[in-house]
Ligand binder design. Structure first.
Ligand code: NAP
Ligand code: HSE
Length: 430
């Protein structure tokens, strides 16, 4: 045993990730000692309910409390590890801990994406670490790779499957024919989902993560509220089947590109060619594809959620702080990032998938094709299914076109009263 005093942790939250951290610390204690030359001790654990039965034993010798001041006010605590989630209390606790001179490790992407600027600025002012690898893509060390290994590259684009729960749901619906609701319940039971699972299924969690990725990849502060965000709650088994017939999988992708200094970014259900690596990223796995101007394409794949996988990233941040002490919250010399220049999403160019329920009568196909042609959109593939109903599905896969042209064409089609329900429109990635 090393005679240097242990690194002392105050742990806020002992749920999926907090108990996962305690487990990895117990499992790998010899390795950790070899890496940093000292032990790590969890001194105090903050929970909401002292009487709640715990499936994983609390760390030996730790005090359990419901009072956040017991963490922020304790001079013996070196690092506050915030794994409780939520925005208000977590924000107050991190703010108090920074004022008290503690480094912070957090997995709270909602807090950092929505209120991060103030917290990062406070950490910069205090010259303290605010590390958040676990906030983005679970076990995948994407922030470390962007900040360090790819630091010499201009990043032109990044895209990825950034939410384990929604990827789990889409995979289960697509591969096993399981319903959306059942798949969501399974993801919740496995500890993948957020406390409010609408964050997962409506793309909000992926947008939180994309905001943080943009920060590190492009060195700019992108306001979370301005990200175009669409989730998977309306992705139907019918669209999954049409996509498959066309040679694609439907994935919830977060994408950001830097074009002439402007960032075009958003989270959308997207058709991905079945030949792309990202198309076979299934279940709780996440994947990120980054394009650097020296490295070219870099692809990373790993568990996007779950206790141990996320704790791996939390522990990586703790060890980094223990080894270096010096904060590297942005990966740039400046710890205060400039505001992003934003490109409107409808200027983004891609192929598009359109699923239209139209009246089964002569001339409809001509009107649809006419509206697309009027906007300069050309059709690459089409499927029409006879169903013996008053409305039939027509699916178009277009050639590349700006999103604005597709939206204009859809407005023309809707104005002609040809549609039986709201059109389905997804981007396509080849
Ligand atoms: P969780 O299982 O719900 O655990 C939350 C923990 O925080 C519980 O121990 C809870 O106490 C405690 N807590 C919550 N609100 C509190 C409050 N107001 N006061 C005191 N304690 C409070 O959550 P989780 O899944 O571990 O997620 C924690 C954080 O990690 C979130 O920010 C989440 O977004 C992020 N994250 C999660 C995953 C994942 O796979 N689950 C992956 C990456 C990031 P009780 O135990 O007494 O209820
Ligand atoms: N709810 C999140 C997900 C947890 O499913 O990806 C990991 O950030």
């Amino acid at each position: 045993m090393s005679n240097i005093s242990p690194l002392v942790i105050g742990l806020a939250g002992f749920g999926t990730v907090g108990s996962g951290l305690a487990e990895v610390l117990r499992l790998n204690q010899d390795l950790i000692r070899a890496r940093i030359g000292r032990d790590i001790r969890i001194k105090t654990v903050l929970v909401r309910d002292l009487k709640k039965p715990r499936t994983y034993a609390l760390p030996e010798g730790a005090t359990v409390t419901v009072n956040p001041d017991d963490l922020s006010n304790d001079p013996e605590i070196d690092i506050l590890v915030e794994l409780m989630g939520g925005k208000d209390l977590a924000c107050d606790l991190i703010t108090d801990a920074l004022h008290a001179g503690k480094n912070i490790v957090t997995a709270n992407k909602a807090l950092l994406a929505e209120k991060g600027t103030e917290l990062f600025n406070l950490a910069a002012e205090k010259n303290l670490g605010l590390a958040f690898e676990a906030s983005v893509c679970g076990a995948i060390p994407i922030l470390q790779v962007l900040r360090e290994s790819l630091a010499g590259n201009k990043i032109s684009s990044l895209m990825g499957i950034l939410n384990g729960t929604s990827n789990y749901i889409l995979s289960e619906m697509s591969e096993k024919g399981i319903s959306f609701e059942t798949a969501l319940k399974e993801a919740q039971a496995k500890g993948y989902a957020e406390a409010d699972p609408t964050f997962d299924i409506e793309g909000v969690d992926a947008a939180h993560k994309l905001t943080l990725l943009i920060r590190i990849a492009f060195g700019v502060d992108y306001p979370f509220k301005q990200l175009g965000t669409q989730g998977i709650s309306e992705v139907s088994t019918e669209d999954i089947a049409f996509a498959r017939e066309l040679g694609y999988r439907i994935k919830l992708l977060g994408q950001a590109r830097c074009l002439n200094g402007k960032i075009e970014a958003g989270v959308y259900p997207t058709l991905v060619s079945k030949n792309m690596q990202i198309a076979s990223t299934d279940g709780v796995f996440n994947a990120v594809h980054v394009e650097g101007n020296a490295a070219g394409p870099v692809f990373m794949h790993g568990r996007g959620a779950g206790g141990l996988a996320t704790a791996s990233a939390v522990l990586g941040d703790i060890l980094e702080i223990a080894r270096c002490g010096k904060p590297n919250n942005t990966g740039f010399m400046t710890q205060y990032l400039p505001a992003a220049e934003i490109m409107p999403s409808d200027e983004a160019i891609s192929q598009h998938y359109l699923h239209l329920m139209v009246s089964d009568k002569p001339g409809v196909l001509r009107d649809l094709a006419g509206a697309l042609a009027e906007q300069g959109v050309s059709v690459a593939q089409a499927i029409q299914k006879e169903q013996g109903h008053s409305h039939v599905p027509i699916v178009f896969l277009t050639h590349e076109a700006p999103a604005k042209s597709i939206n204009n064409a859809l407005a023309l089609i809707q104005a002609k009263n040809l549609l039986g329900h709201r059109p389905v429109h997804y981007r396509v990635l080849k």
